[in-house]
Ligand binder design. Structure first.
Ligand SMILES: [Zn+2]
Ligand SMILES: [Zn+2]
Length: 69
C-alpha cells in the first residue's frame, strides 16, 4: 500500500501514482500526451497545450502607411 495516499493502487492525484499511458505525442514539440490529458487535435495532428499557447497571438493590422511622408 502507498504511504502517501494509503491506497493500492495509488490515487491518480497521488505523487507516487504511475504516469498514465502515453496516448500520442505533440506533433510540434514531441512532448508526450498522456491518457486523460487535454490536447488539441488540429486536422488530425495532436498539439499540446503549450504549443497552442505559443502559437496564439492577437490579430493586429499592419501599420497604416498613409501616416508616412
Ligand atoms: Zn499513493
Ligand atoms: Zn507541443
Amino acid at each position: 500500500m502507498c504511504d502517501i495516499c494509503l491506497r493500492s493502487p495509488c490515487h491518480p492525484r497521488c505523487p507516487n501514482a504511475p504516469e498514465p499511458p502515453v496516448v500520442t505525442s505533440c506533433i510540434h514539440c514531441g512532448e508526450h500526451i498522456h491518457e486523460g490529458e487535454d490536447y488539441y487535435n488540429i486536422d488530425g495532428e495532436p498539439w499540446c497545450e503549450n504549443c497552442i499557447d505559443d502559437c496564439r497571438t492577437v490579430a493586429e493590422a499592419d501599420e497604416p502607411d498613409y501616416f508616412e511622408d
